[in-house]
Each structure stands twice: as structure tokens, then as C-alpha cells.
Design a protein around this ligand. Structure first.
Ligand SMILES: Cc1cc2nc3c(=O)[nH]c(=O)nc-3n(C[C@H](O)[C@H](O)[C@H](O)COP(=O)(O)OP(=O)(O)OC[C@H]3O[C@@H](n4cnc5c(N)ncnc54)[C@H](O)[C@@H]3O)c2cc1C
Length: 415
């Protein structure tokens, strides 16, 4: 992948106008950043994307794209590239307690989820963005942001991995798509302080045979959850196993004892392994979750994806929400900026981001409410068991829930 040198091109101002070095600078090449960059480049914008990592790279994640995410990738013409790595197709999820009580949920007919390694997904999207003309710069970290205003561009301080050299860059629009611990959000002072401790997680790639490979499994135990999903199609035996722990007090011992904990929960839940699986990659850690921001737009900077707030990995909606945010931002730009591409500042630019803030906040509210409700129920042992019993004995209820978390319309009781 190309990686241009750390340098600052000469400013392109013409008399009477103020210009930035680049019209759009995207920080972060996960699903939110790469899809936003790609769609904006398709509209004619000159886009530069920096990421502190080099692709392909792993990412702590359950690695399942829900049906709405799959449909969106198809709509954007990106599904073929994503499927090239031969990911697993998922027809639904099984939910169980640690004692093995099972409820089966199925996506609607014609819908499917995908279990895919993040190395493959994110690399496919970043290559697609590069093909659309986005300048991708890997190994470049954002250090600090000034958001700019009607008259001044956003300014960022960047550092290339392994060097002490600092680069300053200015942008007409700055997209912060730098994930859960967003430096852009922190640098802008937009992260809300929470008193409640968040969760922490460990993710492994494991090899094993036995469980059905067309479905994921979520095991809800006291204070922890284990997610298991196939991540390769075509006869491979790789799985993503993710352990999420509710109390960070246990985090220090997590890295050493985490795999044993995850295995114990899987054994109690009677996952039908033919032979005990072994981790082949990882673990990759993440946390704490439950992070929110006071606003997603400030001056000429806007946050999308996890950077704009994240609640809980439990419902597996993050990738869809990240793709959707990138898509919504690009649509918002095409609706409000008649002649894309220019690095010249317009005094109206911050208002455009402000109105995006309002529409994104409205659009994500129901999903966040659903996540909070599910998290509230699963946190308490009795409620969790009662809910699972309800799901098991009411035909169609588990499928309705699975379709809801798959961001697909559902009736109260799915057929
Ligand atoms: C344990 C766990 C399990 C999950 N399981 C699922 C699941 O099964 N399904 C699902 O849909 N979602 C899941 N999620 C959520 C999902 O991973 C995220 O919502 C999704 O990756 C968000 O995409 P993004 O583009 O916003 O950020 P990310 O994918 O995090 O990408 C951010 C990018 O920014 C880069 N970056 C960070 N800081 C800087 C910096 N300072 N300078 C430059 N670059 C920077 C990073 O290198 C990274 O490439 C899970 C999350 C966790 C933690």
C-alpha cells in the first residue's frame, strides 16, 4: 500500500480565499473512516486518511457484521471485496446461560450476517478507498487537534511511527474516526466523564471443530459474557472467541487467566467441541466501554463511528453503526455542499457539521436505548435467567431480538 512521505505541501490559497492543505483529512482507517473517505472521494473530494497502524492489522472485536451491515456493504458496492476473503455466513445466533439453556434466533429469510477477520474486512475497505483515490498514510498518528472555525481551518499535529518528527497539517474538514479511545475526541475535550466503570474484553482466534459453523453463540454468565463465532468459510476451523468482563477490578488477572475463564464458561455451556480448542492468535484486549461524547461536531471537526460514542459490544452492532455513520456523513456532504473538492474554507462549513450532529444523534438514539435495555436485563442473574426462559418458550421471540440487534425491521414475534 502506498505511503507518502511526511511533508507539508505548499498552501493552495488564491487571493481573497483561505485554503487548507487538504479539503478532508480522515483520522482512522476502521470501517467508519475508510467508508466515509471512500464515499467522499467518489463525490469528487480530495481525501487524505491517516492511521497509526499498518494494514492488514487485527482489532479486538467479535468480528461479526450484522445483516444490516451486510446489506449496506452491498448497497455501497463493497460486498464483493469483503467476501473475497471467504468469511463465514451466519444465519443467526444462539443465546445461552452458562448452564447451557439455549434459545435459537434466526435472521429473516434472505438476510445473513458475516463472521470475518478484522484484518480482512478493514484491509478490503481501505484498499477500496485507495482505489477511489483516497491518499492512505499508514503508521501516522494524530497527536493533537485544533478544531478551527468559520475563518480558520482545522489543524492537526501528526507523528510518524518510530520517529520524533512532528508534522502540522490543516484541513477544511477533519473527520475523527479513530475508534473507542479517540484521541480526536479527547483532544477536543468532547469526552464525557462517567462514574460507572466500563467493561473490559479479551479476544482470541481459536481453532477447533464441533459447533455448527453457520451460527454464532452468546453465553451470558454472571459478570461475564463469552461470544463465539466462526470467522472463516470454506472448510477452515477458525473461530473468534471473545470474553467480556463486567468489572474492571478483575482486569489485571484477565490476561493470564482469561482463556481458562472463557474455556470454563464454554464447557459449562456444553459447547460441543470434538477436541478442546486452542488459541492460535491473540489475545487482543479492549475496554472500558460505555463511552459517550457531549457532541460529535466542533468547529471543522466531526466524530464518526466509535469515536462518536460507544456503549457495549454485546449486541454486535458497532461495525454496522460505523459503516452507517460514514455513509450518512457522505450523504450529508453531498446534500449541503454543491461543489465538492475545494480546500477553500466556507463560513457555512461548521453549520453543516452542526446539522450532521443533530441528525446522527437522532438516528443512533433507538439503537443505544436497545443496547442499554439488553445490558440492564443481562446484568442481573434472575432477570437474565427469566429472560432466557421467556425467549426459549415463546416461539419467534429470540429471532425477533436477533433481528432487532441485526438492525433489521422485525415484528413482535418473528415467523
Ligand atoms: C470486544 C469487542 C467485540 C466487538 N464485537 C463486535 C461484533 O461482533 N460486531 C460488531 O459489529 N461490532 C463489534 N464491536 C464493535 C466494533 O469493533 C466497533 O464498533 C467498530 O470497529 C468501530 O469502527 P470505527 O471505524 O469507528 O473504529 P475502529 O474500527 O476502532 O478503527 C479506528 C482506527 O483508528 C486508528 N487510530 C486510533 N487512534 C489513532 C490516532 N491517534 N491516530 C491515527 N489513527 C488512529 C486505529 O488504528 C484504527 O484503525 C466489538 C467491539 C469490541 C471491543
Amino acid at each position: 500500500m502506498s505511503s507518502s512521505p511526511v511533508s507539508t505541501p505548499p498552501p493552495r490559497s488564491t487571493p481573497g480565499t483561505v485554503s487548507a492543505d487538504v479539503p478532508i483529512l480522515v483520522v482512522g482507517g476502521g470501517p467508519a473512516g475508510s467508508v466515509a473517505a471512500l464515499l467522499l472521494a467518489r463525490q469528487g473530494w480530495q481525501v487524505e486518511l491517516v492511521d497509526r497502524d499498518f494494514f492488514p492489522r487485527p482489532k479486538a472485536c467479535g468480528e461479526c457484521i450484522n445483516p444490516a451491515g451486510v446489506l449496506l456493504l452491498e448497497e455501497l458496492g463493497l460486498l464483493k471485496e469483503v467476501l473475497a476473503s471467504r468469511p463465514s455466513e451466519l444465519s443467526g445466533w444462539d443465546l445461552s446461560t452458562a448452564t447451557g439453556r439455549l434459545a435459537h434466533g434466526f435472521f429473516a429469510q434472505g438476510d445473513r450476517g458475516i463472521g470475518i477477520r478484522r484484518e480482512s474486512l478493514d484491509h478490503a475497505l481501505i484498499l477500496a478507498a485507495e482505489r477511489e483515490g483516497v491518499a492512505i498514510r499508514e503508521g501516522v498518528s494524530l497527536v493533537e487537534v485544533e478544531p478551527g472555525n468559520e475563518r480558520r481551518p482545522a489543524r492537526v499535529t501528526l507523528r510518524r511511527k518510530g520517529t520524533r518528527g512532528i508534522e502540522y497539517r490543516s484541513a477544511r474538514f477533519l473527520l475523527g474516526a479513530d475508534g473507542l479511545q479517540s484521541r480526536v475526541a479527547r483532544s477536543l475535550g468532547l469526552v464525557r466523564r462517567h462514574s460507572a466503570p466500563g467493561k473490559a474484553s479479551l479476544t482470541w482466534r481459536i481453532e477447533g471443530e464441533g459447533p455448527p459453523r453457520d451460527r454464532g453463540r452468546l453465553i451470558l454468565a454472571q459478570g461475564l459474557t463469552v461470544g463465539l463465532a466462526p470467522v472463516d468459510g470454506g472448510g477452515d476451523q477458525s473461530w473468534n472467541a471473545t470474553l467480556v468482563v463486567s468489572h474492571p477490578a478483575t482486569t489485571p488477572s484477565l490476561r493470564d487467566g482469561g482463556w481458562n475463564q472463557a474455556m470454563e464458561v464454554m464447557n459449562r455451556a456444553q459447547i460441543p467441541w470434538i477436541k478442546a480448542p486452542e488459541p492460535s492468535q491473540g489475545p487482543w484486549g479492549a475496554g472500558g466501554f460505555h463511552r459517550s461524547v457531549s457532541r460529535v461536531a466542533e468547529g471543522r471537526a466531526v466524530l464518526i463511528g466509535d469515536a462518536a460514542g460507544y456503549y457495549d459490544p454485546l449486541t454486535g452492532q458497532g461495525i454496522y453503526r460505523a459503516l452507517r455513520a460514514g455513509h450518512s456523513l457522505a450523504r450529508h456532504f453531498s446534500a449541503h455542499i454543491p461543489t465538492p473538492g475545494s480546500p477553500h474554507l466556507s463560513a457555512a462549513d461548521p453549520n453543516i457539521l452542526e446539522s450532521f450532529h443533530h441528525s446522527l444523534t437522532r438516528a443512533t438514539r433507538p439503537g443505544t436505548f436497545l443496547q442499554r435495555a439488553i445490558e440492564g436485563v443481562t446484568r442481573h442473574r434472575r432477570l437474565r435467567q427469566a429472560a432466557l426462559t421467556g425467549l426459549r418458550v415463546t416461539p419467534g421471540l429470540t429471532s425477533s431480538l436477533i433481528r432487532l440487534t441485526g438492525n433489521r425491521p422485525t415484528t413482535l414475534l418473528a415467523p
